[in-house]
Design a protein around this ligand. Structure first.
Ligand code: MG
Length: 400
């Protein structure tokens, strides 16, 4: 139908609020018509930028904007090797921008293009952390007062704060934690929060793939009496066949997927009904095009969505989550980290949290703009990433 073509593709990197964010702007041959997409791989943003500018832009400039499906497959296959995090994020930036453009062309929000709303607002979970039991409980109360019914409880960050470790001299620097202390403290935390506030709140927890498989199975069984809403990233993607063992032993709901890149990582877990929630990072799997297919695939097997929504997703990426959430019948819950004032200034039109639900604006496309002049005031952080340098008590490196 339309002969509108891609005129230019640019990358805007910015860090207004503590995370490197990457946005791709696709400009068209029609004056004033452009789209924005999220390509944020916060710890490797320069590599993503290079793929967009040096490889995808020459591939796509001059092509029609209308055929998103064809362009997605063209981008995905063009380098022959595929399904890696850098290429997937680069593809996502352009893919989401094309959906944004299509929405503007149709004068519809993206959720309308997907089939309209299944609900008016999107229920979210918030993250209640604290150094001790009372601090976590205080944060749980704070979120409940804001109308939030789903709260992820953690004590001392992912893996907990370890104390009294006996570590060999000259061990490498890093973030040390003790799996046994973490498990014991997490059980105490669930016991404490349930004892204080009962069951009129949904509790979630993120294990961050830090335990060995059999430790993970034991944690899931031990938490079952406290009725968690879900247990997140219990096992690393490399150990996912253990979910079969886990499923036979307890009914603790399982949410998995923020590390996934390749469809082969989720297909068997969903088709064999080994998980309850899929929570991929949608730019990490290549954008809205594969994410909407994944949501529909999950619906066939009774698996709900819980897209990854941390601080290292741009507001455009959060909007993509929210538009999918508004549409998908099998929406489960949405992670929401909160978008501060500075992010809202740089990205006018951000989704808003009100009384426990997040709402998208009703503008065409994703409904979000980017103030490039303001974005330029917040350069990215190029320091070596520290928090992923996690180690066990004897000094062995372990997953972050
Ligand atoms: Mg997580």
């Amino acid at each position: 139908m339309s002969q509108i073509k891609i005129r230019d593709i640019r990358v805007i990197n910015t860090n207004p609020s503590g995370s490197n964010l990457t946005v791709v702007k696709v400009e068209t041959t029609e004056a004033g018509l452009f789209g924005l997409g999220c390509a944020t791989f916060t710890y490797r943003y320069k590599a993503v930028t290079l793929v967009v500018e040096e490889y995808l832009k020459p591939l796509l400039v001059g092509r029609a904007v209308a055929d998103i499906e064809d362009l997605w497959h063209l981008m995905n296959g063009n380098a022959y090797w595929r399904n890696g995090p850098i290429s997937n994020n680069a593809i996502s930036g352009i893919d989401m921008a094309l959906w944004d453009i299509k929405g503007k062309m149709a004068n519809m929000p993206v959720y309308d293009l997907l089939g309209g709303k299944s609900r008016q607002g999107v229920a979210v979970y918030r993250h209640a952390d604290g150094a001790n039991l009372d601090q976590v409980l205080e944060n749980v109360h704070r979120f409940r007062e804001q109308g939030v019914r789903h709260i992820r409880i953690q004590m001392g960050g992912y893996g907990g704060k370890a104390s009294g470790l006996n570590t060999p001299p000259q061990s490498a620097d890093g973030i040390y934690y003790c799996p046994d202390q973490y498990v014991q403290n997490t059980l105490k935390l669930f016991e404490h929060v349930r004892a204080k506030i009962g069951y009129d709140v949904e509790l979630l927890h993120d294990s961050h793939e830090r335990l060995t498989p059999i430790e993970a199975v034991r944690l899931a069984k031990s938490l079952e009496p406290f009725r968690p809403f879900f247990l997140e990233d219990l096992l690393s993607p490399e150990q996912d066949h253990w979910y079969e063992t886990l499923r036979q032993q307890c009914s603790t709901p399982i949410a998995i997927g923020e590390l996934f890149n390749n469809p082969q990582e989720w297909t068997h877990l969903i088709a064999n009904r080994l998980i309850d929630f899929i929570r991929v990072h949608i730019s990490q799997i290549g954008g809205l095009t594969p994410a909407r297919k994944l949501a529909i695939f999950c619906e066939q097997f009774g698996v709900n969505t819980a897209w990854h929504g941390p601080g290292d997703v741009s507001p455009i990426g959060h909007a993509a989550n929210i538009h999918l959430d508004l549409n998908a019948h099998n929406f489960g819950i949405q992670e929401w980290c909160g978008l501060d004032e500075r992010l809202q200034e740089v990205f006018p039109g951000c989704p808003e949290l009100r009384d426990g639900y997040v709402y998208a604006n009703e503008k065409p496309g994703f409904g979000i703009d980017l103030d490039e002049k303001l974005a330029a005031l917040y350069p990215c952080d190029d320091s070596v990433t520290l928090w992923t340098q996690t180690r066990l008590p004897d000094g062995t490196y372990n997953n972050p």
